[in-house]
Design a protein around this ligand. Structure first.
Ligand SMILES: Cc1ncc(COP(=O)(O)O)c(C=O)c1O
Length: 403
């Protein structure tokens, strides 16, 4: 469709009432089971469903242990505590991630060190990670961001060389496989979030995966005021030197997530197919380059689709924000710029005395401020005619706004 842009009063690419159902999709059968669970009056910690979910989720991701928790922020904190990381230590995180990844080292009194992202995947650049290592570096937290994966082969090799622990932040990557192996199984701990926007969600929730039983037990204790098992047992001594908290989740969350886990493979297939279609369509528009999926992703399991808009092709005075606003005006919801700033420039960034250090961030800053545009998860659960409309909306806007 050509003609004036909708933002200038032209006809919209999308039909007038186009919109998505709210995320996540709800399942009536899960609703029935939730009612039964409610009537059973057994909802709290270490129920049968929690154990089943944690075990199945960990196995799905090729990890031996799963610890179900309150959210994907405390999972990161507990992973670092269980690894013995604290004051005087440095933890390297990507310059571009959600605040939680940057805050986790500060929660345990360690220093957050930011390193730059790869321009293709937008995930932690292994070379930037290695360059940021000092004698105080104890851990690295690569993030499998949006619709990509950090290069875990390179990161594992560097971490091994420098004796640095890996905590994989898999908040966006449920079900992802790198070279056939589940995300969250490459380092010491994998951390997942089940917050409302995520691929799998119970409104809130988190989970740590691990392969070392001692580490898994420490994380269990950390989330359960020191108790390693299903029952409070006064004869079990507390874990020496660990300040354990209550970061438990409930049976309701486990039930919702179990049903989603059983559908994850099929939903993932749909998202992969739609992402490939969308990426191909968008890449055919001059000035648009999409986020590269993980180099060895055998299952990428997209959370959103990311792309860069080349500011050099835009007419003078036009920016990425103008493109997004014009595409939204064409009737396309869930097209947005993301978090808007690197972690340490975010309005919510608030570190205590442990401080932080930005080792490198040039690429992340440039991509975030001038280029990035994201398409939300609902697009990936839609169909090809709908994706065609989105591609058309971008084509129309880019034609008008390009030199
Ligand atoms: C990359 C990343 N890590 C960690 C988190 C924290 O998860 P939660 O919101 O469950 O605390 C998020 C949440 O949005 C995230 O995007």
């Amino acid at each position: 469709m050509s003609g004036p842009l909708a933002v200038n009063g032209g006809e919209k690419v999308f039909p007038e009432n186009f919109g998505f159902a709210p995320w996540p999709p709800v399942r009536p059968d899960t609703g029935d089971k939730l009612r039964d669970l409610y009537m059973s009056a057994k909802w709290s910690y270490y129920g049968a469903l929690e154990k089943q979910f944690a075990d199945e989720f960990a196995a799905y991701h090729d990890s031996a242990y799963g610890v179900f928790m309150a959210n994907g922020t405390v999972t990161l904190e507990c992973a670092l505590t269980a690894l013995g990381i604290g004051p005087g230590d440095e933890v390297i995180v990507p310059a571009w991630t959600w605040i939680a990844t940057g805050m986790a080292p500060a929660y345990v009194g360690a220093t957050t060190v930011f390193a730059d992202c790869d321009p293709g995947t937008f995930c932690l650049d292994p070379a930037a990670f290695e360059a940021a290592i000092t004698p105080r570096t104890r851990a690295v937290m690569p993030v499998h961001l949006f619709g990509s994966m950090a290069d875990v082969d390179a990161i594992c090799a560097i971490a091994k060389k420098h004796d640095v622990a890996i905590v994989e932040d898999c908040a966006h990557a449920h079900g992802g496989k790198w070279n056939g192996k589940g995300v969250g199984s490459f380092g010491s701990v994998g951390s997942f979030s089940f917050q409302q926007s995520k691929i799998m969600t119970a409104g809130e929730g988190g989970l740590c995966t691990a392969n070392d039983p001692a580490l898994a037990e420490k994380i269990s204790r950390l989330k359960h005021i020191g108790n390693p098992g299903s029952k409070f047992d006064a004869s079990i001594p507390p874990q020496e030197g660990m300040l354990c908290k209550n970061y438990r989740a409930t049976e309701f969350q486990a039930l919702i997530l179990l049903d989603q886990l059983h559908e994850l493979a099929a939903a993932s297939e749909l998202r992969e197919e739609n992402a490939a279609y969308l990426r191909k369509g968008l890449e055919s528009i001059p000035g648009i380059v999409t986020q590269k999926p993980g180099a060895k992703a055998t299952v990428q399991n997209y959370y959103v689709v990311g792309m860069k808009i080349d500011p050099e092709v835009l007419k003078s005075g036009k920016t990425k924000a103008d493109v997004i606003a014009a595409v939204n005006a064409e009737g396309a919801p869930e097209v947005f710029a993301g978090w808007g700033a690197p972690v340490y420039k975010h309005k919510l960034w608030n570190v205590p005395a442990s401080g932080y250090r930005v080792h490198s961030s040039e690429r992340a800053e440039e991509i975030i401020s001038n280029r990035i545009c994201l398409m939300g998860i609902q697009w990936l659960m839609s169909d090809k005619p709908t994706l065609d409309l989105l591609i058309e909306a971008f084509r129309k806007v880019m034609k008008e706004y390009s030199k």
